[in-house]
Design a protein. Structure first.
Lengths: 262, 237
């Protein structure tokens, strides 16, 4: 009952946090926008009779290519769900932070972190359940029958579930790092840059094959079909490695959070 | 109700609390007095499970705060102003706090009314003044109809009207059998309100007793305070 109350409070808290909704917006609207651009350019190539200029003409692939936006959304949610606890009010308003209220209300710290982690999982799952069908629908509507759907429904579902798992694990890793950092700014910048502009892990694989065991590299085969570099772990062992990183980081974060003064 | 026993807290090489012990009893308003930096907030933070003690214990009705089930129904507290995120409305803030301790939703409207924020319930906390933030903090403290109130510098930022109002509220809470522990570095605030005084300076309790006992032999509470805490030269820093 107690754990349920803490979880229900965290759900409500996140649902009333504008920063968390910006994560939802990035995932949903960002994916929809990228899908739309992809689909329009595919339709143009098809209309010009030059489908060979595109890597694919499948509506599903056009939608799935926007998956990295969901990763960014998951990072934003994972970071802000914890960093918001430490956001100071303006000095005019006393400069207090919400963490004192959160811990006074839920003094069992392991339970509080577990409730937050569960909230991240719920949010990411809901985002995926909305974003992926919406994006696929947009791609299908724009490209229409002209494109060739090369992906069966079964494959599409498997890949969507894989992508959702990747988002979820990324969100939890971002959360664990933020617990350790106690501030959202650096985790947010590093993780967003890493999953959008420049992948540091990807660069590291040029130096050492060990970098394939870093969480984001290990899990990337979950986005089956999006792979840009050869080598590295297959989907299932990769997912296990990424899951191991997630669990390990969550455990470290919990141990530190339990011992630390708020 | 609230019992502090031999509390020790160190930060690095510095001893912030040096065997702090006292009690706040039901039916009484206990004022915890000391200059800034004397250890008042550290003591209260340990009581509420926010910080860890290096020795000793702080108990609520015989149990550590962390082991209380739905703690807001036993102890209401204010530590850091409103304790609310600035981008939420007061109502949304109180709603999650209530949910976390299984407190009925109707209490949100009731406490907003009680602290005089009924009209500002839909305003984002970031737009609140210091006084409004304090009132919101108090609303959260009252939410679970707790037996004990633990308030760190509760009159900070309140206008004279607000100070008068909070005094009345705390008095009534104690008269109804509740326990009130409030910290302050301002004598005037507590002289007319407190039944028991606990004076801390430099991390040590220097005097405890009723108002009459503590002020005996001095011209008044202010004289007693400065004599006990070593004057106004920032003792305890």
């Amino acid at each position: 009952m107690n754990a349920w109350n803490t979880f229900a409070a965290e759900l409500r808290k996140t649902a009333t946090l504008p920063a968390a909704w910006s994560g939802v917006a990035v995932a949903l609207l960002g994916s929809a926008a990228i899908t739309l651009l992809n689909a329009i350019s595919i339709r143009a190539a098809l209309a010009a009779g030059r489908p060979e200029t595109r890597a694919f003409t499948s509506p599903f692939e056009a939608a799935f290519a926007a998956m990295p936006l969901g990763t960014i959304g998951a990072v934003v949610i994972g970071v802000t769900i914890f960093s918001s606890e430490y956001t100071a009010n303006s000095t005019d308003a006393g400069g207090g932070r919400q963490i004192t209220t959160a811990l006074a209300a839920s003094p069992r710290r392991v339970g509080l972190l577990a409730a937050k982690a569960a909230t991240i999982v719920v949010f990411v799952a809901v985002i995926a359940a909305v974003t992926l069908p919406v994006s696929a629908g947009i791609a299908r509507a724009v490209i229409g029958e002209a494109g060739t759907e090369t992906v069966t429904l079964g494959e599409a579902v498997t890949r969507c579930l894989g992508g959702t798992l990747y988002w979820t694990l990324t969100g939890l890793i971002a959360f664990a790092i933020t617990v350790l950092a106690r501030s959202g700014i650096i985790p947010l910048i590093v993780l967003i840059v890493n999953s959008s502009l420049v992948s540091f892990s990807l660069l590291l694989t040029k130096l050492t094959p060990l970098a394939h065991w870093l969480p984001d590299m290990a899990g990337r085969r979950l986005f089956d079909g999006l792979s840009t570099v050869e080598g590295g772990l297959d989907a299932v062992p990769g997912a296990l490695v990424m899951g191991g990183w997630t669990l390990g980081l969550l455990i470290v974060a919990t141990v530190v959070f339990r011992r630390r003064d708020a | 109700m609230l019992l502090f026993d031999q509390l020790v807290k160190r930060r690095g090489a510095r001893t912030v609390l040096d065997h702090v012990g006292f009690e706040a009893r039901p039916g009484r308003v206990t004022a915890f007095l000391g200059p800034n930096g004397a250890g008042k907030s550290s003591t209260l933070r340990i009581l509420l499970g926010l910080d860890r003690a290096d020795g000793g214990s702080a108990l609520v009705g015989g149990s550590p705060y962390r082991s209380l089930r739905d703690p807001l129904r036993t102890v209401g507290s204010i530590l850091d102003g409103s304790g609310a995120h600035r981008s939420r409305t007061a109502r949304a803030h109180l709603a999650w706090v209530a949910r976390s301790n299984g407190i009925p939703r109707r209490r949100v409207g009731e406490v907003l009314e009680q602290v005089g924020l009924a009209d500002a319930g839909g305003v984002r906390v970031g737009r609140y003044s210091l006084g409004m933030g304090q009132r919101l903090g108090l609303a959260a403290a009252l939410l679970g109809e707790p037996e004990a109130l633990v308030l760190d510098e509760p009159v900070n930022g309140l206008d004279p009207d607000g100070i008068r109002w909070i005094r009345g509220l705390l008095r009534r809470h104690a008269d109804a059998g509740g326990t009130v522990l409030l910290s302050s570095h301002l004598m005037g605030e507590v002289a007319g309100l407190a039944d028991d005084l606990v004076v801390i300076a430099g991390g040590r309790i220097v005097k405890t007793g009723t108002l009459a006992e503590v002020t005996a032999g001095f011209g008044g509470l202010e004289d007693a305070f400065f004599a006990l805490t070593g004057g106004g030269d920032g003792a305890g820093r």
